[in-house]
Design a protein around this ligand. Sequence first.
Ligand code: PEP
Ligand code: MN
Length: 374
Amino acid sequence: MIIVMRPECGPDSPEVAEVVRVARSFPDVQTEVRQIQGATRSLTEVYLIGSTGQLPLDRFADTQGVERAIRVREKYRAIGRHEGQVEALGFEYNGLRFGDDSFHVFAGLCAVDTRENVEQMFRALKQLGLQTTRAGAYKPRTSPYDFQGHGRACLPYVFELAGKYDIKCVAMEITHETQLDEIREALQRAGQPTGVLIQIGTRNAQNFELLKHVGQQQDFPVLFKRGMGITLAESLNACEYIASGGNHRIVFCLRGMKTNLGDPHRNLVDFAHVPVVKRLTRLPVCIDPSHSVGQRLVALDGLLDMHHAAAQGIVAGANMVLVDFHPTPKEALCDGPQALLLQELEHFVADAQLVRKTYLDRVALGRRLLKGSA
Ligand code: PEP
Ligand code: MN
């Protein structure tokens, strides 16, 4: 059960203390008090854990300071939306807003290879007024003989250049919790020129110890990628490890599912699940057309399959797009075949914005024409 408090009742308020007292008066019920950044307001929620099945909702709904008492429908209680009963989670980070109403394109290098390429990438972003990017320092590779990323060695110049080109947030995967400290220290040494969205890759979607670590820190928000070979419910439960640690600043990313049925794409594009994840969870949703499609295929209309896949996710309400670019994809040390060229950035972003507008128009149309017909 989740007890949503009125906005004026903070975690230390007497009203919250009373809810906790009442909850604990029932046998085998524990409580956790959480401060949540909702889409439009900051809220305190009290989670009731343990034998809560028989607890009367009214006992809490009638308590002073309580806005609503909600019966939890899914096991992933902190990120779950529980049949629409709780509001979307959103957050501000380094001047950027992430929530069910926001939209960002994180275009950048799959893996950082050279300082020159990072600079060219960031310069191209700045020319278009973009302040969000991706830059992989720690790369989880299928083969131990493949380039593993430059790791901490590249962080000083990545952050220095981020500052130089006004990048507000860099999505960066980590594969081990010690890398959190490396990123924290490098940012500090560089004078905090940018923010970092910590990425949990699909291969670590069920690395529960790593998830606990990123959940127990509050410095960085987290981009959680769906596991490529597990069910959606398993991915959502894995993602809950981050929230249950106390960090609710999470974006859930779809990146395609591993199956040969996806051929000729690298993965089976799963962007029809954007509205599904939004219905099941309170999280903003990202799509990654690069790792889904995985190669540069040109459709008959002249657009790339990557554009079409991205459009499918955006037109269904995606809040963020993670996409690979590279100045010279043939020389890229990781995932070159799926990287778009810097001279294609303007088109990709303009196309994405066009589709985003179409999504907003579709929602408005639905509200107008479907009113009362449901
Ligand atoms: C990546 O984004 O660089 C990456 C490795 O993605 P995924 O974990 O989705 O394969
Ligand atoms: Mn990659």
